[in-house]
Ligand binder design. Structure first.
Ligand SMILES: [Zn+2]
Length: 453
């Protein structure tokens, strides 16, 4: 019997342990390791578990290998034989999830180095999982494998197969870069589909990219949105759709019941007769957003349906801040998000921009988290749930990720200050733990790549 099991059995953790028979099986099937594997204890911290409840002080988190095996209040519940790290005075939150990144679409002449560099930057910045919403899945697949096995310093990576109407591929040159070397619109990760295609075959092909979900991007009406969603769900894939697909409006998109709707700024399409009109008026900056009613019944109806169907909104609020589409643009979008949140729409935190790895700053995700508090009225604890549990739900990994509970992955961030009191304290990172491995923030050094931004 391994050391780990003996030491656990010798304590009152037996109950916890029996709930996780897989650990026992795992230990007995494997060759007995030479070195002793002791449980690791994060001692005496304040726990913010990601479920949204009040912080719980003076707890200890017990980990074995890559999982959490106990969360205890009492010192005597800590196994005598364990590796103890005392973090008295610190706060622990689940590992953060950026729900909208493009890891392998980057401006570098050394794209692999740049991607590796931004992934390392993200991990030391507290991000233990990312959802990539369209980049080159051929290289993503290899990064995802290496991240899973902790062979590189990187968050876990889940990604999408990008699907749009063939006309979109013709019109938008951004599809070229991630499809290089292949026929445009014919790769399993960047796929052009129209109403004449066999959708069963097309979605099965998309699945072959290793993607967790499809990203439905543009060029579809209500009926195509429904068909694509139905078929992807039937084949066990998540459906992540732009809030407007043009011609499909937000009300058409939500009707299909996707898992995520992406970009708060696209709800405006619900208010005009045609998408062309929106685009034209945006182009001329002739929409006065400060005059638009935030609780317009058409948009309220969409939010209501999203809340009922548990469709997660990925607002990418921070990316709207960088654009200027007219008077009152950012505040209007922030107010829409405030309303959606109030109405019970689950919200994830995606940035559309992981952050530049060569800067000695934290990833963009921190700005998104702070923005939804500052401009859209989330409490700090709600924002943390958005950046952890809701992100995990959007990927479909909430059984193993997203909160700090017994049986889940040991993915967490230890903070030097209380983020529930002041959301900016979420930047006070002491150490990041992913799969039970420690990444000390102070030891972060960037991988150098040449950026051409
Ligand atoms: Zn994006």
């Amino acid at each position: 019997m391994s050391y780990l099991i003996r030491s656990l059995l010798s304590t009152c953790l037996l109950g916890i342990f029996l709930l996780h028979p897989t650990l026992v099986i795992g230990q007995e099937e494997q060759q007995e390791p030479e070195e002793e594997v002791l449980p690791v204890v994060i001692r005496n911290v304040t726990l913010i578990d990601g479920n949204g409840g009040e912080p719980r002080s003076n707890v200890s988190i017990l980990m074995a290998e890559d999982s959490i095996i106990g969360i205890v209040d009492n010192e005597r519940d800590i196994p005598i034989e364990s590796k103890i790290y005392d973090y008295s005075g610190h706060y622990v939150i689940p590992g953060l999830i950026d729900a909208h990144v493009h890891v392998t679409s980057n401006p570098s002449e050394e794209p692999r180095i740049y991607s590796a560099s931004s992934l390392k930057h993200a991990l030391y910045g507290g991000i233990t999982t990312v959802r990539d919403l369209a980049s080159d899945a051929r290289s993503l697949a290899s990064f995802a494998r290496d991240a899973l096995l902790d062979e590189i310093e990187s968050p876990d990576i889940y990604y999408s197969s990008f699907i749009a109407h063939p006309d979109f591929f013709e019109a938008d040159k951004r599809t070229l870069q991630p499809s290089r070397g292949a026929v445009l619109g014919k790769t399993s990760h960047f796929l052009a589909i129209d109403e004449n295609d066999d959708l069963k075959e097309a979605i099965a092909y998309a699945r072959g990219s290793g993607a967790t979900g499809i990203k439905i991007y543009a060029g579809y009406d209500r009926e195509m949105m429904r068909k694509l969603t139905e078929e992807a769900h039937r084949q066990g894939m998540k459906v992540w759709a732009h809030t407007a697909l043009i011609p499909a409006k937000p009300s058409d998109v939500v009707a299909a019941g996707p898992d995520s709707m992406i970009h708060i700024e696209m709800f405006i399409y619900e208010l005009f007769d045609s998408a062309d009109e929106v685009d034209k008026r945006r182009g001329e900056q002739s929409i006065d957003y400060s005059k638009l009613k935030v609780d317009d019944p058409a948009i309220v109806k969409v939010f209501k349906e999203m809340a009922e169907k548990n469709v997660i909104l990925d607002p990418t609020l921070i990316s709207e801040k960088r654009l200027e589409h007219g008077e009152g643009w950012f505040q209007y979008n922030a107010d829409l998000l405030r309303l959606a949140h109030k109405m019970g729409v689950p919200v994830s935190t995606g940035t559309d921009n992981l952050g530049s790895p060569n800067e000695y700053y934290l990833p963009t995700l921190f700005e998104e988290i702070e923005s939804i508090v500052e401009f859209s009225g989330f409490t700090p604890l709600e924002a943390i749930t958005s950046a952890t549990l809701i992100g995990a739900k959007s990927i479909g990994i909430e059984k193993t990720h997203g909160t700090l509970e017994v049986g889940k992955k040991a993915n967490m961030v230890i903070l030097k200050a209380d983020p529930s009191k002041n959301i900016h304290n979420i930047r006070e990172i002491k150490v990041v733990i992913k799969n039970g491995k420690f990444y000390e923030r102070a030891l972060y050094t960037p991988i150098q790549a040449h950026s051409h931004e």
